[in-house]
Design a protein around this ligand. Structure first.
Ligand SMILES: [Zn+2]
Ligand SMILES: [Zn+2]
Length: 263
C-alpha cells in the first residue's frame, strides 16, 4: 500500500497544503488543499473520500474537486464520514448557496456524489482495503482512521486532543506507521487545549500510553507553518529525555507533502 502525502500542514502558504492523503491512488483521506495538486486524471481515479471531520482545512478541496471531475466520471464519488460531518457538509457547503448540491446533480438517481455514514469502531472494506474508524476528540465530531497495508496498519489520528480511547485501540493493532497531529507549540498549549489539538508536551503524555513493545515510526502532521521548526525542536527535546519505557527515543519525523509511505 502506498500513502501519498498531498498535504499535511496546519495552514496554507506557498508549499504548505492542508491535510489530504491518497491511498493507492483510489482512496482520499481528507480533502484539504493538498488534493488540489492532483492532475485531473488522478482526481478522476478517486472513487472514495473519507473525511475525519467538517473543518475547512480537511474539506476545502472537496467541492472544487467534485466539480472538476464529476462530468468525466461514470460513478458517483462516495464520501464516507460521520453523520454529523455529512450533515454539516450538506447544510453549510453543498447547500446551493456556497456550492451546488452534488448529491442531487445531475439527478438524485444518478448523482455526482453519494454519502455513506461511518461510526467509530466500524471496520470498513473500501475498494478492497480494510479501514477502521478510530475515535478522535475535537471541537466538532471527528474520527481518525487506520488503513491496513501489507506490513501493518497506517494509523492517522485526525485532529484530536487528549484521546485515551485512541491509545486503547491502537495498542491492539499491529501498527506500521503512526501519523499524529501536533498543531501547536508549547507556548500555545492553552490554545491547543481549548481547540482540542496537541502541543508537544501533551503529545509526550499521549505517547506515554503507546505500547512500548510495538515501536513504529511516528510522523508529525498538522503543524502550523510558522511554528513547525519550534514544534519539532520541542518534540525532539522531550523525546530525548523521556522515552517513557522505551529503550530508545521514539522514531519521530516531520511529515511533508510529497512524502510517500509504503506500508
Ligand atoms: Zn479540526
Ligand atoms: Zn485541521
Amino acid at each position: 500500500m502506498k500513502v501519498r502525502v498531498l498535504g499535511c500542514s496546519g495552514a496554507i502558504a506557498r508549499d504548505c497544503r492542508t491535510t489530504s492523503f491518497l491511498i493507492d491512488g483510489r482512496i482520499l483521506i481528507d480533502a484539504g488543499t493538498g488534493a488540489g495538486d492532483l492532475t485531473l486524471d488522478e482526481m478522476q481515479a478517486i472513487d472514495h473520500v473519507l473525511l475525519t471531520h467538517s473543518h475547512l482545512d480537511h474539506i476545502a478541496a472537496l467541492p472544487l474537486m467534485l466539480d472538476a471531475v464529476s462530468s468525466r466520471r461514470l460513478q458517483p464519488v462516495q464520501v464516507h464520514a460521520l453523520p454529523e460531518t455529512i450533515a454539516a457538509l450538506q447544510a453549510h457547503v453543498f447547500n446551493n448557496i456556497i456550492w451546488p448540491d452534488f448529491s442531487r446533480i445531475p439527478s438524485s438517481a444518478a448523482p455526482f456524489v453519494r454519502y455513506s455514514a461511518v461510526a467509530v469502531g466500524q471496520l470498513l472494506r473500501i475498494a478492497g482495503v480494510a479501514i477502521e474508524v478510530l475515535p478522535a476528540e475535537h471541537t466538532v465530531p471527528a474520527v481518525g482512521y487506520a488503513v491496513q497495508g501489507e506490513a501493518g496498519w497506517w494509523v492517522y489520528s485526525g485532529d484530536t486532543g487528549r484521546n485515551p480511547a485512541f491509545w486503547r485501540r491502537v495498542n491492539q493493532i499491529p501498527m506500521a506507521v503512526l501519523v499524529i497531529e501536533t498543531a501547536f507549540s508549547n507556548r500555545e498549549s492553552a490554545l491547543a487545549e481549548r481547540a482540542l489539538h496537541l502541543a508537544p508536551h501533551i503529545l509526550a503524555q499521549e505517547l506515554a500510553q503507546l505500547n512500548p513493545a510495538r515501536p513504529c515510526p511516528i510522523y508529525i502532521t498538522h503543524t502550523k507553518p510558522s511554528e513547525t521548526a519550534l514544534i519539532m525542536e520541542e518534540i525532539r527535546r522531550f523525546d530525548a529525555c523521556t522515552p517513557h519505557g522505551f529503550d530508545a527515543p521514539h522514531d519521530i519525523r516531520w511529515l511533508q507533502a510529497g512524502d510517500v509511505l509504503s506500508i
